[in-house]
Design a protein around this ligand. Sequence first.
Ligand code: ADP
Ligand code: AMP
Length: 215
Amino acid sequence: MRLVIIGPPGAGKGTQAQYLVETFGLAHVATGDLFRAAISQGTPLGQEAKKYLDAGQLVPDAVTVSMVRERLREPDCQRGFLLDGFPRTVPQAEALQAMLAENGAALDAVLNIDVPEEKLVARLTGRRVCRRCGANYHLVYNPPRVAGVCDRCGGELYQRSDDTEETVRRRRQVYREQTAPLLAYYRQQGLLREVDGDQSVQEVGRAVLRALGRQ
Ligand code: ADP
Ligand code: AMP
């Protein structure tokens, strides 16, 4: 299965992705996570990407597409993948389509997690992420059993430096201008599956499975 999950920052993509990859045995390809890993390792890609992440802007398409191309060539992606946070522009979507077509492949579905704008700031400012395994929590909506500690792996939870109100506002604007046009692009291709993300994590999870015809 080859899936894409899209939605504004804070919609719950990473949270649902975590369940989906476990349920269907897919590789989880989250471009934001790949950039953050490159930044913390201090690679040339990380040095290039850092200024865009700090500003809440998109990393240029050419850089992002070549990183995804490399990642999708890895063995774990051959049995299926879930792209989380990619594509984020129409040119990225076109590049993805071309890259899959080279291997006679195509996407099975694109999940759009929809959440009213006014709910997103609270979701992002309360988000905490595991430094070790990347699992997502929320101080109020999805708290870990022990404050500051990941339920899954015992790793330390931290707050992303771009989850501040000002950067969140910029990321939302970038979403509206550059990513929202993808919805029409994928709707036209008959791939878009709409999911109401304004429900509990468990309810959204069930809606995702229904949207995929798996429940
Ligand atoms: P995205 O990957 O789309 O940016 P995340 O999955 O990281 O979003 O979720 C953003 C924040 O909202 C996290 O703190 C997460 O725990 C919380 N969250 C995710 N899904 C829900 C939900 N259905 N209801 C309330 N909070 C949620
Ligand atoms: P995310 O973890 O998905 O919220 O992404 C964090 C940041 O990484 C974004 O604000 C961008 O700066 C960058 N990023 C992630 N995915 C992409 C993408 N597909 N294209 C460009 N930039 C991206």
